[in-house]
Design a protein around this ligand. Sequence first.
Ligand code: PBG
Length: 332
Amino acid sequence: MPVHTPAAYPAARLRRLRRNAALRDLVSETQLTAADLIWPVFIREGQGVEEAIPSMPGVSRLSLDVMLKKAAEAHEAGVGAICLFPYTDQALRTEDCAEAWNPENLTNRAIRMLKAELPSMAVMTDIALDPYNANGHDGFVVGEEIVNDPTVEALVKMALAQCEAGADILGPSDMMDGRIGAIRTATEKAGYQHVAILSYAAKFASAFYGPFRDAVGASGRLVGDKKTYQINPGNRMEALRCVARDLDEGADMVMVKPGMPYLDICRAVKDEFSVPTFAYQVSGEYAMLAGAMERGWLGEAVMLESLLAFKRAGCDGVLTYFAPAAAKALKA
Ligand code: PBG
């Protein structure tokens, strides 16, 4: 896009349009609204439980009754979608990961509860084996290998169970090859043509996921790292190739993850593909900001500024642990 070179000072004084809020608002290029936010929530068994996660100040694992109450509050404040991440009982974490596609698992019960009680809130799921896996990986482990194709078969079963429970958006976060196509084929065949897929398409092998792994109880279990399936943080072209591939296979929306250190990738995805593009402001990004805010090292304004930056970079929306607080701040 050619940009007109502004006239020289004093004909051009760029401060004229920054003089007061009304003028600034007239020429603002980017808007952040609560409807742009998807709220990731950690759920657990129990009643009335709110269990703090030390590495994520202000975030707790919630039993389903508490989750429902907080989801209703967030929705009331304008948040349109929630994304569920289960903290699975230790006894249900096995090498065959069978709990992942149990129709009565924590996530599937939460989906049913949300769709019954808060039907206008969109429910997004996570598709990956890590919360159910004895060794913390997103796929089945055979010897030293995270095996691809048997994992994809399991992910399809997981997706169908989530559709059956009423999920609006499936979120495959596993980075196995071929999973989007396999899930899309299966959902079409099973009568879930209307269910959307938001693919974690450009998901990097990042150290910013640390607090999340604490939250879902996978940190102590993870053997090795996820570099054989997630993208090398230095690889921009490979990320674009992953996005193109997932769109070809039937993804409706794509995600870049992590967010703030990867804003260049967000912009590249939007410019290249013009499709609904999301960023995940991941647990480590949240921890940096929330930790500094808690200490008074950063002011609360960094929350909305960090989210606005995703919009400016081309994203249509953001997954953020700040969603309820941000929605309230946007209303104020
Ligand atoms: C795993 C998954 C991860 C996140 C979402 N789904 C972690 C990982 O890949 O190890 C990270 C989210 C966050 O850090 O907030 N399927």
